[in-house]
Design a protein around this ligand. Sequence first.
Ligand code: MSK
Length: 630
Amino acid sequence: MGDLKLTTVEEMEAATARLLETGAKVGADAWQLRVKNQTPHCKFGEQGVCCRICAMGPCRITPKAPRGICGCDVHGIVGRNYLKFTAGGAATHSDHGREICHTLYEAKPDGAYKVKDPEKLIRIAKEWGVETEGKDIYDLAHEMAETALMEYGKPFGVQRWLKRAPEHTQKLWHDAEIEPRAIDREVATSLHMAHMGCSSLPEALVRQSLRAGLADGWGGSMCGTEFSDVLFGTPKPLDTEANLGVMNADNVNIVVHGHDPSLSEMVCEYADDPEMIAYAKSMGAKGITVSGVCCTSNEVAMRRGVPMAGNFLQQENVVLTGACEAIVVDVQCIFPALGPLSKCFHTKFITTSPIAQMPDSDYIRFDVGTAAEKAKQIVMTACENFKNRKPDLVYIPDMKQKATVGYSFEALVKTLDGVTNSQVDVTGTTKPLIECITSGVIRGAVAMVGCNNPKIRPDYAHIELMKKLIANDIVVVASGCSAQAAAKAGLMDKAAKDLCGAGLKRVCELADIPPVLHMGSCVDISRMMILVAELSKDSGLNISQLPVVGCAPEWMSEKAVSIGNYVVATGIDTFLGVDPYVAGSSEMGQWLTEGVRDWVEAAYTVETDIEKLVDKMIDRIEEKRTALGI
Ligand code: MSK
């Protein structure tokens, strides 16, 4: 197995147990303890059969009480809950995308935010039919930002980004009446439909769930990804490290957590500033280490090589090291628990967004206009806090892995360009990848995404699934906390090629890539949509015919449901390891796992047994290959 030694889940659990001992010494709470208090979970909630959308209830459906007070049956209640869940996720991703558009609108040549990828901006402008000739790049940036912002509320027409999809997919969306219109409209319509006295027909609720999901993946998230690239640079492969051992006991440790790169980019910028490093030294530290948790970590890892301290269920661990001077958060996936936990240590818990305000935090409001000054204030606050460390509480697990990250769609196409025996000029297309797949060197691809969830042994499903997939010559593209699970284990080390089947190993060697490719944060699943769209166009196959599936084995957030809906609606069979609270309705189950296939040529599979889940994905990929005769 070469020089790679994977970090096992058992080793990570042992490190967590050691950190929890520190927590116990200082009276800290932890999610592991709160899970015990919350278990067993409410059965009505688990099945999605509790309705509290009006004040006549709450109504709970049982065999003896099969309808709510308004007369809604269990299928309508589960369906409305599912749609509201989706709308929450679509709103969240899309609002993140909107913030990025506002940041782009404020970009200036001499300001905190600049246009780092002007070629990409021009490319998107041409795609949208915006005149670029002779235009100042910042004028163009502002015009494009405004045009993108209009996508959120335009009164007529459908999302501009939909044109990136193959024509067949666009037709399916049109015929099923699920083409997303204005992004905000789909969220508002979802909440309208799920209001008391509106839709209770599962078919209609599922249709709108797909539409709201598409407004996210082919709307708000795509704005987030594409314009983040314009602002901060389109990721290219680069080396970094992952797991708690990236924190440095001698340095001021700043952990960035959340999703919006507008904050984390600025914090990284200032942490690298010689003036700030000198300031850290004046406080007794040797330097400054920035590391990340959750998707903001993915953003700065992909563009700057900033190391990843961990994923969702490790966020408390970074504080438990006793060596975290500041955990700086923007939006989404942030435990309110970080407030009281930080109080048990010297850590500053710094909230920065009006959207994510929490008790027991230091609120340093961050906005585009004051970004530089606030980022500097945050870095200085962390440096000044170094002297408050309690050395007897410091324990950083000696655990980290090398990882190569940064596989944006553009980078992936460029990287794989060398992997072909074809005499045809395939530069800038996905044809080399198609050639690998059709020849059987690679059997297919799995998009691994999503969170951790205490219902599943943390990271276990991500890591074990990926190991089995790559051993079966199935390449994995990963994002979000799934990508971080892979990186922490060592699966993004190029040496992980030795865990692959012979075909995928050969491709990894030729292209010099790891078998699990980091495609970014949660909004960057839009990169995966672009990838399958291009694979479809370059191969002449429909997306649903490609031997490609999606998987979120440990998901937990509303955003993940929105993602699932747009991945399925794009024609990709999607496998979940956690039920999305629909078990209470046979009709909703039928629509999601079978019925939607008539509209979008793909559907969900929910399988909580991880072994069976991976086997079902492999079987699905092989079925698709057989259908294609390859
Ligand atoms: S951060 S949504 S826990 S993947 Fe995007 Fe991780 Fe899930 Fe948040």
